[in-house]
Design a protein around this ligand. Sequence first.
Ligand code: HEM
Length: 131
Amino acid sequence: MKKKIENRDDIALLVHTFYDAIRQNEEIGFYFNETITNWPEHLEKLIDFWEMNLFGGRKYTGNPIEAHNQVDEKFDHSITPETFGIWLNIWFATIDRLFEGENADTLKRRARKMNTMLYLNIFQNRNSNKA
Ligand code: HEM
């Protein structure tokens, strides 16, 4: 029986399992493996991010738009909607494998929104660099 997402420990399990799968993914794993040097720190940051997203609070202080614009620049603007699509499929599959319920659905919906927002910002950032 799958469980509900109820606290930080549940989010930690989700984030750890998700990044295990991402790192092994042949199509997009390298973006992460070649960028992130301190994995424990990255995972803590992402747990903070999703915990704040779901339960509130102010632990996460990063800047996702800036971070992804930089990743796109580092990899010669090779990020496409498909890259984000693969990310999202792995996120959905990981959530569905481990959890069920309203918070699980919310985290899928929030990632989908974030996906559109991040990609549009990458696109805009490329154009503004050309001007
Ligand atoms: C909806 C989709 C995504 C969400 C919600 C998301 C979320 C995040 C967040 C919150 C961070 C931490 C940013 C910070 O505070 O430094 C991050 C970092 C990162 N993301 Fe994503 N991400 C998404 C898609 C992607 C995709 C498709 C890629 C691959 C191209 C990617 C690659 C990275 C990398 C490499 C970092 C680390 C950046 C660094 O530390 O220099 N992300 N992501």
